[in-house]
Design a binder for this molecule. Structure first.
Ligand SMILES: Nc1nc2c(ncn2[C@@H]2O[C@H](COP(=O)(O)OP(=O)(O)O)[C@@H](O)[C@H]2O)c(=O)[nH]1
Ligand SMILES: Nc1ncnc2c1ncn2[C@@H]1O[C@H](COP(=O)(O)OP(=O)(O)O)[C@@H](O)[C@H]1O
Length: 196
C-alpha cells in the first residue's frame, strides 16, 4: 500500500541523472510530468514510441511517436529501444539514442514508463533511480481513471486489473511519492530528478 505522502528514500550523495517514474494508469503520471516540465523545462522527458492509437488532442512526436506494429518490430530487432513492454494490448518503448545523448550531455533525464519497463531499466542501467507514483487510495485511482474519460469501460477494467499488479510491486522502487497534490509531488519529484 502507498506510504505516507511525502515519504521518500534518503538521497544518495552522487548526482542522479536518469529517473524513472512509474505507477498505475490514472494515478496522475502525465499530469505531474507535464507540470514538472512546465516549471522546469531543463528536465528532459523521453518521448516513447507506441502502437496505441492517439487520443483526441495527442500529437505525433509530442506525447508519443505513434507507429504501427511493423515499425515497432523493426525498432526492437535493430536494438533501437532501451526497453519496451506490452501494456493493455499495446506496445510501448523508449528510443535509446536520445536518452544516451542527453545523459552524456549531463542533462537530467526522465522516463515515464510502466512496471515491466522500469524493471528492464533497473537491470540495464545501474545508476537509474526508480520512483513509484501511488494514488491516495484505490477508490481515488478508480475515480481518476474513470473520470479522465479517455478509455472505454472494458479498457478501464483492463487497466485497473493491471493496476493491482503494479501496486503490489511498489517495494521494488527506490521511493514512493503519493499523488495527493500535483504541486507537492512535483516539488518532491524535482529534488529527485536534478542532481543534489
Ligand atoms: N515500458 C514502457 N512503458 C511506457 C512507455 N511509454 C509509456 N509507457 C507506459 O504505458 C502505460 C500506458 O500509457 P498510456 O496508454 O499513454 O496511458 P496513461 O499513461 O494511462 O495515460 C503507462 O503506464 C505509461 O507510463 C515506454 O516507453 N515504455
Ligand atoms: N493530484 C491529483 N488530484 C486529482 N486529480 C488528479 C491528480 N493528478 C492527476 N489527476 C487527474 O487524474 C486523471 C488521470 O491523470 P493522468 O495524468 O492522465 O494519469 P496517468 O498518466 O498516470 O495515467 C486526470 O483526469 C488528471 O487530471
Amino acid at each position: 500500500m502507498p506510504v505516507e505522502p511525502g515519504t521518500r528514500a534518503s538521497r544518495p550523495s552522487q548526482p542522479r541523472r536518469l529517473t524513472v517514474l512509474s505507477g498505475p494508469s490514472g494515478v496522475g503520471k502525465s499530469t505531474v510530468v507535464k507540470e514538472l516540465r512546465r516549471r522546469h523545462p531543463e528536465v528532459w522527458l523521453s518521448v516513447s514510441v507506441t502502437t496505441r492509437t492517439p487520443r483526441p488532442g495527442e500529437t505525433d512526436g509530442v506525447e508519443y511517436h505513434f507507429v504501427d506494429s511493423a515499425e515497432f518490430e523493426r525498432l526492437i530487432a535493430s536494438g533501437e529501444l532501451l526497453e519496451w513492454a506490452e501494456f493493455a494490448g499495446n506496445r510501448y518503448g523508449t528510443p535509446r539514442a536520445p536518452v544516451v545523448q542527453r545523459l552524456e550531455a549531463g542533462q537530467p533525464v526522465l522516463l515515464e514508463i510502466e512496471l515491466q519497463g522500469a524493471r528492464q531499466v533497473r537491470g540495464n542501467m545501474s545508476d537509474a533511480f526508480l520512483v513509484f507514483l501511488a494514488p491516495p487510495s484505490w477508490e481515488e485511482l478508480v475515480r481518476r481513471l474513470t473520470g479522465r474519460g479517455t478509455e472505454s469501460p472494458e479498457v478501464v477494467q483492463r487497466r485497473l486489473d493491471t493496476a493491482r499488479v503494479e501496486l503490489a510491486a511498489e517495494k521494488e522502487f527506490d521511493t514512493t511519492l503519493v499523488n495527493t497534490s500535483v504541486h507537492d509531488v512535483c516539488d518532491e519529484l524535482l529534488t529527485l530528478v536534478v542532481a543534489p
